[in-house]
Design a protein around this ligand. Structure first.
Ligand code: GLA
Length: 588
């Protein structure tokens, strides 16, 4: 049995050991991509792979657990071991990671007394139930049980959120109670206040720091904190940011390979251990992207999590790979990554309007006031509908407490689109004697960082109601749209008129499966479902204009691709590309 210890240095099998790790999120890749990615990681001179574990992936519905397919963390860890790599796991209930709600499942928000990241009975009881299942999978993978897992994280940058030590201790204790017996650590920003608020240094939990530059200065901060607490521990940068993530309507952020090399060299020269965040970024498939928050507005992140990392989203090497190999003094050998190619352009085979297939595609519910999204799955889209008696004159209408984006239709005409700063603005709508009011609301992704994790705005949809004139309008029907029901859609109901959101179907043959990109530059805003896999959101606003498709999502023979377009843009063709595309400007 191998042995890993944290003393004044890391020790592996009684020998001093440096952890040179890279982050790969199994849940952001398709399973066939795990092995080539881990092989490339090894070829880069790294000895360890690190991954977060997102609660919302493993318990999507309360009490229903998923550890298969893309969520098969056990398989991923065993694959790493087979390739001779060690593993660091970060299974905390909160992971940040530009992931929906920082990893928290949306269903938590059904409880009005839910206070995430705190030692409160409601929250901790949900963590406890999840951990009971999760650690059944993780415990046997620890190095103490013959597995490759060296250590595990208690919480993630808690010092940038709160200071409830009782909560940190309760999480630690739950891990121990569930059988964790490898060393534990916390990771925080490298300044004294964050380290003090986020760590459990006096409980002997290793303290690590996250930063992407000024390595010597940041290590000195970490050292100072440890020394002040009388600890002699190895220095580790738990997230050395080699790139960065992107948000809609902003420029793509890139990090130069040269500055990455200089700062990494400084870290290595100082004798520190590190984890490159990210080694390969991957994709925010489905509705799993998070949002950044500034003041009162949330800014959702794009579907691609390329991160300008060592390997790109599609697995192809970035220029940083050679720099990494140079710093780690390993041969400059390029990994043999699977090819990415374009498929021929395809023309639509059928189209329906969302309103014609609501009962097939949505779970329906009637209510007095509109229901928030968490009454359904809590993700994606919800369509609200009601009838309004009017005076044949314009009337004022206002959505009260709505998130995140709302398209308001009166009598099948779009009268307003509200998003960010304009959300909840009063609009004047033309009303006939009898009117049909429909509102499509999108949850564009909950925040993954900061104080707004506790804000009521993280409950999506219409939370309070709709005011017309001066009164709340009562009597609603709503559909929680569920794309896993796509096979129930009757494509014959097709109406040719372009109005409101549409679903357009494409069928194409595939004789060879390989990774590819769907070109969305001619679409408006929506999501794409390929053979039941939600490829994630696209938006003409950019900066990204393509959706990555791993080969696992394609089928040999007939494939079905459905574009759910929420603007009135006509979708007639789909084109593929062998590389990602970016928008030249950020139009809305
Ligand atoms: C922090 C978090 C990570 C991630 C990065 C930015 O360090 O701990 O989860 O959000 O920022 O990519």
């Amino acid at each position: 049995m191998e042995k890993f210890e944290v003393k004044s240095q890391f020790y592996l099998n009684n020998q001093p050991f440096k952890i040179y790790a890279g982050a790969v999120h199994y849940f952001r890749l398709a399973p066939s991509e795990w092995e080539p990615t881990l092989r490339a990681l090894k070829l880069s001179g790294l000895n360890t792979v690190e991954t977060y574990i997102p609660w919302n992936v493993h318990e999507p519905v309360e009490g229903q657990f998923n550890f298969t397919g893309q969520a098969d963390v056990r398989e991923f860890v065993l694959l790493a071991q087979k390739l001779g790599l060690y593993v660091i796991l970060r299974p905390s209930p909160y992971i940040c990671a530009e992931w929906e709600f920082g990893g928290f499942p949306a269903w938590l928000l059904r409880y009005s007394d839910m206070l995430v990241r705190s030692n409160t009975p409601r929250f901790m009881s949900k963590v406890k139930a999840y951990y009971a299942e999760l650690f059944k999978v993780l415990v046997p993978l620890q190095i103490t049980h013959g597995g490759p897992v060296l250590m595990m994280q208690v919480e993630n940058e808690y010092g940038s959120f709160g200071n409830d030590k009782a909560y940190l201790r309760a999480i630690k204790q739950l891990m121990l109670d569930n059988g964790v017996d490898v060393p534990l650590f916390t990771a925080d920003g490298s300044w004294q206040q964050a380290l003090a608020a986020g760590s459990l240094i006096d409980d002997d939990v290793l303290v690590t720091a996250n930063f992407g530059s000024h390595s010597a200065e940041n290590l000195a901060e970490l050292q100072q904190f440890m020394t002040a607490h009388g600890k002699q521990w190895p220095l580790m940068c738990m997230e050395f940011w080699d790139g960065w993530f992107n948000r809609w309507q902003e420029e793509i952020i890139k990090r130069a390979a040269s500055s990455f090399k200089t700062d990494l060299q400084e870290l290595v020269d100082a004798g520190a251990s590190f984890n490159l965040y990210m080694f390969r970024g991957g994709t925010n498939f489905g509705f799993y992207n998070g949002s950044s928050s500034r003041q009162a507005i949330d800014y959702p992140q794009v579907t691609s999590y390329d991160y300008d990392a060592i390997l790109h989203e599609d697995g192809q090497p970035n220029a940083k790979l050679a720099e990494l190999q140079a710093v780690l003094k390993v041969p400059a050998v390029m990994p043999d990554m699977p090819v990415v190619k374009a498929y021929p352009t395809t023309t639509a085979t059928a189209q329906v309007r969302l309103i014609d297939v609501l009962d097939e595609l949505g779970q329906v519910a009637d209510s007095v006031t509109p229901l928030p999204m968490e009454q359904g799955s809590g993700y994606g889209y919800q369509l609200y509908q009601t009838t309004v008696v009017g005076q044949e004159q314009p009337e004022k209408l206002k959505l009260v407490d709505v998130a995140d984006r709302a398209d308001i239709y009166v009598n099948q005409k779009l009268v307003a689109m509200q998003y960010q700063a304009s959300l909840g603005d009063e609009v004047e709508v033309p009303l006939a004697a009898q009117n049909q009011l429909q509102i499509l609301v999108e949850n564009t992704g909950r925040v993954n960082y900061g104080q707004r994790l506790l804000s009521p705005t993280q409950s999506k949809g219409i939370r309070t109601g709709v005011v017309i004139d001066r009164h709340l309008h009562f009597g609603w029907r709503q559909w929680f749209i569920d794309f896993s029901r796509l096979s129930q859609v009757d494509w014959q109901t097709s109406a040719t008129v372009q109005y409101g959101p549409t679903l357009t179907k494409f069928n194409f043959d595939c004789s060879e499966r390989h990774g590819t990109y769907l070109d969305c530059s001619q679409f408006g805003k929506g999501v794409v479902i390929l053979n039941g896999h939600n490829l994630g959101r696209y938006w003409r606003a950019g900066p990204t204009q393509t959706l990555y498709i791993p080969k696992d999502f394609l089928k040999l023979g007939q494939n079905e691709l459905v574009v759910f377009e929420t603007t009135e843009k006509a979708i007639t063709q789909v084109q593929f590309s062998d590389q990602p595309k970016e928008a030249d400007g950020c139009e809305n």
